[in-house]
Design a protein around this ligand. Structure first.
Ligand SMILES: [Zn+2]
Length: 477
């Protein structure tokens, strides 16, 4: 994962805070509680602690588990065995443990192979990772696909290391297990689905993965209380990359049903929002999420597919699946991939904002109809209690000409320069009077999914949206 795309604005790791206390907000508190409770678990690809985390989340809200056994070929990948750590430490010459898996799961690189021995300092350092940029933090490392072992230590500890010798114990094993994907479903009137996705791996870290899962779950609890949803909403929590593939491997029939997806990626740290576009680039999900973000917090950034922060969109929006998948993120942040990515860096205000953005996105998604007129010719507005003085404002005339079924509320609002809500309100009122059918449709996205990616052939400049002083967005943000 890397930031390959340069934005015109500087990250703000200490974003101006409104100084509000969110401790009264039960949703924000629940996200924080989940983050704190699951923070220190050794959540890796296949592990008991990963399963424990999933069990915990299943108690917050009932879920389905999609399990794929170790050794199964999932497309071009093979599901790894379960990694078991019985103990792992380094003792210095005085007998003091300078690294101990039981103190912090990041001390041992994930999937380290077993080893026992006494090593010189020089030999030990061949198996030690540090991060000089954050000298007090333990970095994150893994050996998924090559049998090796290593420890991760704060750089300052290694700088002051004695001469040794060092006693090294890596008591680990690989056992048959299963990779598990947790799925929460809030059914709507239609099987057509919107997917939220976040990864639950990354031991001893919070913002990278866990915060998105926790926030997604609280969002699903909120969705479960919403009456009369059109779309079915799904959240999946899974190991990064291979986990989302397991989901589609187990549920191929969902691929045409899921109309759009949002990857919740690093959403709790203090920084501006960025939206990474879908591969299609201009799907309803792209457009509606950008509208939602613009209302809640400016400035925000928008970047092209795979050029902001890379993750499971390469599967969800990738070959043979190709569901438009955006990422909503606050990347970058300085604590990334270290033990400093702890509950301490999760901001209640940022969680609150991200929840607000997602709820607004969902509300607009629900009313992004494709209104189809049932009237012929000019409309006798007074008869339907729709009269507006055309000499003052001819919007309603533009509206009655636009409800031809070829455009969504979002597209009509953009064509006419109206707000989304005002356009949707016209559609709703016309529908109440029996003047339009309110269909949902994904014509553009489907065209893109058939391989017409011409819409993404834009000259992707850096897109930066400044806040208008005193705009509604700033007030609400
Ligand atoms: Zn990561």
């Amino acid at each position: 994962m890397s930031d390959q795309y340069k934005f015109d604005f500087k990250p703000s790791f200490d974003l101006a805070m409104r100084g509000e206390d969110w401790s009264h907000d039960s949703e924000v508190c629940k996200v924080m509680e989940i983050c704190r409770d699951l923070h220190m678990l050794d959540r890796t690809l296949v592990s008991d602690d990963y399963d424990n985390a999933l069990d915990y989340l299943g108690n917050v809200m009932p879920m389905k588990v999609h399990a794929v056994e170790s050794g199964t070929e999932v497309f071009t990948w093979t599901i790894p065995k379960k990694w078991v750590v019985r103990e792992a430490y380094i003792k210095d010459a005085s007998g003091e443990k300078i690294a101990d898996f039981s103190r912090h799961p990041l001390h041992l690189a994930s999937y380290s192979a077993p080893f026992k021995g006494t090593l010189s300092k020089e030999d030990l350092l061949q198996h030690v990772t540090t991060n000089p940029d954050r000298p007090a933090a333990i970095p994150y490392a893994y050996h998924y696909y090559k049998a090796d072992w290593s420890f991760c230590l704060p750089h300052k500890v290694v700088k002051d290391l004695g001469e040794g010798p060092f006693e090294v114990v890596v008591d680990t094993a690989l056992e048959p297990g299963a990779m598990k994907v947790g799925e929460w479903v809030v059914p709507g009137n239609s099987p057509d689905s919107i997917l939220f996705s976040a990864h639950l791996c990354h031991p001893g870290q919070v913002n990278d993965g866990l915060a998105g899962v926790a926030l997604g779950l609280v969002l699903m609890q909120w969705l479960a209380q919403q009456p009369n949803l059109h779309y079915t909403y799904r959240l999946i929590a899974h190991p990064e990359n291979i986990g989302s593939l397991c989901y589609f491997y187990k549920n191929p029939a969902l691929i045409p049903v899921i109309k759009g997806a949002v990857f919740l990626e690093m959403v709790g740290n203090k920084n501006h929002f960025k939206i990474q576009r879908s591969r299609q680039g201009d799907s309803s999900v792209d457009q509606l999420m950008e509208l939602a973000v613009a209302e809640v917090r400016k400035p925000y950034g928008v970047g092209p597919f795979r050029k902001v922060i890379c993750n499971d969109e390469i599967n969800i929006n990738g070959p043979g699946i190709n569901i438009p998948c955006i990422s909503l993120t606050r990347w970058p942040y300085p604590e990334y991939h270290t033990s400093d990515d702890s509950p301490d860096i999760i901001s209640m205000e940022m969680i609150k904002e991200t929840l607000d953005v997602c709820k607004r996105f969902i509300k607009m998604t629900e009313s992004n109809w494709r209104p189809v007129r049932k009237y012929t010719g000019n409309l006798f507005l007074s008869k339907y209690d729709l009269y507006e003085d055309l000499n003052k404002d001819d919007t309603i005339e533009q509206i009655l000409l636009a409800f031809e079924g070829d455009k969504t509320v979002l597209e009509i609002s953009r064509d006419l320069g109206l707000s989304f809500d005002r356009t949707a309100d016209y559609a709703r009122r016309f529908h109440e009077k029996g003047l339009v059918d309110l269909n949902y449709g994904h014509r553009d996205e489907q065209a893109c999914r058939c391989g017409d990616l011409s819409k993404t052939a834009l000259n992707w400049g850096s897109i930066f949206h400044n806040g208008d002083k005193g705009s509604q967005g700033e007030e609400n943000g």
